[in-house]
Design a protein around this ligand. Sequence first.
Ligand SMILES: NC(=O)C1=CN([C@@H]2O[C@H](COP(=O)(O)OP(=O)(O)OC[C@H]3O[C@@H](n4cnc5c(N)ncnc54)[C@H](O)[C@@H]3O)[C@@H](O)[C@H]2O)C=CC1
Ligand SMILES: O=C(O)CCC(=O)C(=O)O
Length: 314
Amino acid sequence: MKTVITELNWKQGNEILSEMGEVIYDPELWRKKELPDIIHDAEALIVRNQTKVSRTLLDSAPKLRVIGRLGVGLDNIDLQATKDKGISVVYARNANAISVVEYVFAVMLTFARHPVEATTDVKRGNWNRKLFTGSELYGKTLGLIGIGEIGTRLAARAKAFGMHLLGYDPFLPPYEIAIADFGVEQANLEGVIRRADFISLHVPLNKATRHLINKQTLELVKSTAYIINSARGGVIDEQALYEALSNKKIAGAALDVLEQEPPTNSPLLKLDNVILTPHIAGLTEEAQVKTSVLVAREVIKVFQGQQSSCVVIL
Ligand SMILES: NC(=O)C1=CN([C@@H]2O[C@H](COP(=O)(O)OP(=O)(O)OC[C@H]3O[C@@H](n4cnc5c(N)ncnc54)[C@H](O)[C@@H]3O)[C@@H](O)[C@H]2O)C=CC1
Ligand SMILES: O=C(O)CCC(=O)C(=O)O
């Protein structure tokens, strides 16, 4: 099996793939013009979220049988083209979910307690205890939009903090049991947005979710509420979010993902009530070791004609 890996991967996965044959690993390959030539005889292609796996790119890899996605979001892969060409796609189901959940807690607690601003203030020689009076997560309402692998794990941990859980997910049945266990009150999108103190997005980016959070929905958000987007940039209309944040119609936002990554000239960069991180919610050592090993094993399974529980079904 000849494998080409176009983005950053952990060595544990690369070693497993090497046992199967030649591996070309170049973390910068996704942005190089030679990519189509390099994959011309590849049987397996491993990508993260920056490689644009278009129909045209796939045309240059006639031997390709399987694509491994080192993560969860599949919005950079033309899944209709892979289906048409009989190429299987496997992804790292659930491998980074706990890391994303812990990221959401990091930003919720930052909004509630301001540890970084307080540190900066103390280092300036101040001791402003009253100014940094915080608020508790206990008793607050967390609104989950998308209650899948990440949403259910976030619910479990938020429950332990004593938060009230509201959730919107129109494709709920597979998660019914988990939701009952974690006590998520189901609501429609508007209900979640109107009532939540923290709104956390955990949906894939597709036609239905593009700009799910827009000018109209933002008008429903409480002025004291925070929005957390660790899903995909396109799920929020950033211009509308900018206006809501700059006019203080909502309290703040934490954005791990943006419509354009990295951002160029985004007005969001200038706002004080925004936490911005470079798409790192799922990026922990633990999640990435798990991801690299899982994807390597599942790619090999597919290549050998075995069933994979991480294969994308269209
Ligand atoms: N920032 C980061 O590092 C990471 C970002 N992600 C993003 O988070 C997304 C969610 O990840 P998982 O929870 O693992 O995926 P998942 O597939 O387990 O869950 C997604 C949930 O969204 C629901 N959903 C789909 N369309 C919806 C809609 N229109 N409205 C409401 N709910 C809808 C589905 O029914 C499903 O329950 C990924 O697609 C990916 O884009 C995932 C991992 C890391
Ligand atoms: O692909 C990555 O490196 C980031 C993780 C992510 O966004 C995902 O798993 O969907």
